[in-house]
Design a binder for this molecule. Sequence first.
Ligand code: ZN
Length: 498
Amino acid sequence: MSSTTVSVLMPVTEPLDVQSTLDTIRAYLASTGFEFEVFPIEQRGAEGLGLMLRRAVGEATGATLIIVDADLPYRVEAIGDAVALIQSGATDIVFGSTAVPVPGHRLLRSLVGAVPDPAVRLKAFSREAARLVIDETKIDGEGCDLEMAFLADKYGFRIETLHVELLRARRAKRTFLLASLYTALRVRLMNRRMGYRAARRCPVCFSNDIRTLTQISGNLVRICSRCKCRYLNAFAQESDVRPARRVLRAHLPTKELDALAGTDAENARQKTSKRRLATVRRHLTPRARLLEVGVRDGSFGSVAAREFEYVGIDDMPTAVRNARAAGLEVYAGTLSTFVNTGRYFDAVVLCHVFENMPDPHDALARIKDLLRPGGVLFLTTVDTEGLLYVLSEKKRIAQYFRQHMILYSRSALIELLEHSGFEINVIGPDFEYRDRRLVRHWIASQWPVLAPVANALIRFLPDPLLVGSGSIRVIAQRRAGPPIDAHVLRSVEPTHAR
Ligand SMILES: [Zn+2]
């Protein structure tokens, strides 16, 4: 089987002469150069659509599977378009639709995720998606369409909608909202009763109550209904401590950006670092040993090294070089590769780095090993339960996930830390100093109506300005006892579908 083989499945549920459709599809696919197989699926007995498709998926060998309508009410090229979308890797599943976005009911969408257009059957699947999404369906009749949509969401597959123009008016399928709602509820109930294979669990709390929050370029953002964490469906493998560049993106004119790159922004970062150090200092003795994971521009390090024994790690060679040039003890590497040759650390600091670690349990276990009993973990991270986050999530989610892998809710973070052998000392909002001009531009880009009033007010405020960043800071202490074993929780269900 070549990787470009296409299997065309054509369920025939009505008495129709399908020969001309078959000829058209074969002639078209032969012209595209794909290897292909075309299956008309005959109805056996009282078999419904679901059963016919499951049977056919077992027989099909293609890397891309495509379901077409037996009367081919759209241009045959739609098949090629759908296949191209799958084979280019842009998506895992394609739903054909006469309108984009699919006209549908919000209630239905909230129950099953994407809703397929009932007017056309055209759908394309990558082999992996078909294996799970079609194979796992349980409903026999037409309702399996909705079930597929639900399962695609459950297992975290990307869905794209392909617009198809109908060539002739079709006898409208009588799809009642009520019937669809009934199907959707049936599917949800089946899911509740563990009727489907389990999906990959939440990386934070291991719940399997996961759904897709939104699709972003090349990935999906998943949300855990239990702990309210958001995370990327697929993590890039290369790194576990890539520090975030905490820069407000307000599309500044280049001239102003250049000005900001100078002393003003540096001043704001310095002040933020000093503020953070002041918080950590309360929990430390003089000359304590301190580890920073992700040194970024080295602003925290240069402040901390004056009074503490400072060690930093960062996986970005440029950050390491710059920090060393500034006289700091900084090593290239990640938490998993770092070996502590000195005594235990009294404090570990992670400023907006924890969001970029793919396995928080492993990271915390390693941090615990580096800390002395009673040692302090200082951590700042985005809070998905914070007001600022809730208000801006819809607009800024793609930006958040350009930099981060997992965003935590405050409650999940507390639970996670306590299960990993830490005791929370302080938890509260994190404030950062920002250059006044940046704040002004940010307000202008977010709420243009408020800009004149805000500009007038900001003039009277100090520069740099102390602002809430929608993040929280946590100070936790390493407990002396052993942590609760997370691996036991994980091994409850050793296999998952995806
Ligand atoms: Zn969770």
